[in-house]
Design a protein around this ligand. Structure first.
Ligand code: PMP
Ligand code: GLN
Length: 391
């Protein structure tokens, strides 16, 4: 046994991810799990059939490192058709093991010790860990609710966070966990900062299809001067309700994509081939299913929001993703993290304390994140439990 703590110092602050911890607590207590974000129904049947058929057809050995050609071509078609962004499937698209690997490989490839990465907080937890793995330093810009309860940033804060050591800006929109979908103006401000400071943008767009009402997702790469400096990341998990498949991708100009692949080839080399073919099929054929799922999620959002409001929570209605932020202060509570940790034992519902995604803990202190990517009866059960034992 090593004489000292075996885990390298730069990883010690991270412990076990909140998602694993909360799902374990939900299971142990028999709680309704509105914590970790995963749907409780399957994706499009033809995609599931395509996966099974591919396995039966013998697609079971190592696929090419950059990804199956059929999937790279389908991803390139999707970016062109939806956003007017053209990427060469052979040199500018890379398939990864989920968006998680895409983010990690991008940070490891592009950032070194002492480099700074500007990131909006609350941030998805793997960002902080991947920045630390690269030996880089995170510079958070805090999103706060405006008068309408929409989480946004002060452009002056963003400009102040960027300095001579800034290497990259990591942007997630639609944003987990706040549900904010950055507007045209917000994205223009972000793009301007990237161009002025000559930094790389890494964009996490995994919720690109999950937007509500009149919100639409606009990739940062569509802004002037941005395509050449942006690593755009997405994944099949949210779009097709297959979070366990871990098929993600990167679209970026040749040099950036090549850098990411240089790392990715040694982290996993390649991602599951049969599932890649099934995702290619879904990108080409199942967009009507995606639109139906999006519309259903909007109704679920409203269902959970109404239930939470009825239970006395302050509700921040998300414009995208499948998460809602609830403010516990109207319940007479000021420590939402303590509340969230006690909730499974007390009422049988699991949720995520938003504070864990902030460096500025005070900014996140009032909020709990609930997931609504669940069957209606599951949402109703959670609301019943929450409202039968408020506060
Ligand atoms: N980024 C964000 C913002 C996410 O919410 C998630 C997962 N929910 C991921 C990345 C990870 O995606 P994947 O499962 O494709 O690795
Ligand atoms: N992205 C999912 C969420 O935010 C969880 C992913 C995970 O478990 N790592 O809930």
């Amino acid at each position: 046994m090593p004489r000292t703590e075996p885990l390298v110092a730069r990883m010690r602050e991270f412990g076990t991810t909140i998602f694993a911890e909360m799902t374990a607590l939900a299971t142990r207590t028999g709680s309704v799990n509105l914590g970790q974000g995963f749907p409780d129904t399957d994706g499009p049947p033809s995609m599931l059939d395509a996966a099974c058929a591919a396995i039966r057809a013998g697609i079971n050995q190592y696929p090419p490192g950059p990804g199956m050609p059929a999937l790279r071509a389908a991803i390139a078609r999707q970016r062109t058709e939806r956003y007017g962004l053209d990427y060469d499937p052979d040199g500018e698209v890379l398939v990864t093991v989920g968006a998680t690997e895409a983010v990690a490989a991008s940070l490891l490839a592009l950032c070194g010790p002492g480099d700074e990465v500007v990131v909006f907080e609350p941030y998805y937890d793997s960002y902080a860990a991947s920045i630390a793995l690269a030996g880089a330093v995170r510079r958070p810009v805090t999103l706060r609710p405006d008068v309408d309860g929409r989480f946004t940033f002060d452009p002056a804060d963003l400009r102040a966070a960027v300095g001579p050591r800034t290497r990259a800006l990591l942007v997630n929109t639609p944003h987990n966990p706040t549900g904010t979908v950055f507007t045209r103006d917000e994205l223009a401000a972000i793009a301007q900062v990237c161009v002025d400071a000559d930094v790389i943008a890494i964009t996490d767009e995994v919720y690109e299809y999950l937007t509500f009402d009149d919100a639409t997702h606009i990739p940062l790469a569509t802004y002037p001067g941005m395509r050449e400096r942006t690593v755009s990341i997405s994944s099949a998990g949210k779009t097709f309700s297959v979070t366990g498949w871990k098929i993600g991708w990167v679209c970026a100009p040749v040099a950036l994509r090549g850098a990411v692949q240089a790392v990715k080839q040694f982290t996993t080399f390649t991602a599951n081939g049969a599932l890649q073919l099934a995702v290619a099929h879904a990108l080409d054929n199942e967009m009507p299913w995606v639109e139906g799922n999006r519309a259903a999620l909007q109704t679920k959002r409203d269902r959970l929001a109404a239930g939470l409001r009825g239970g006395g929570f302050g509700v921040h209605l998300p414009a995208g993703t499948y998460f809602v932020q609830a403010d516990v202060r109207p319940l007479g509570i000021d420590d939402a993290a303590g509340y969230a940790w006690a909730l499974p034992e007390r009422v049988g519902v699991a949720a995520i304390p938003t504070e864990v995604f902030y460096d500025d803990k005070a900014a996140g202190r009032p909020f709990v994140r609930f997931a609504f990517c669940k069957r209606d009866e599951v949402i109703d059960d959670a609301v019943r439990r929450l409202t039968s034992a408020p506060g």
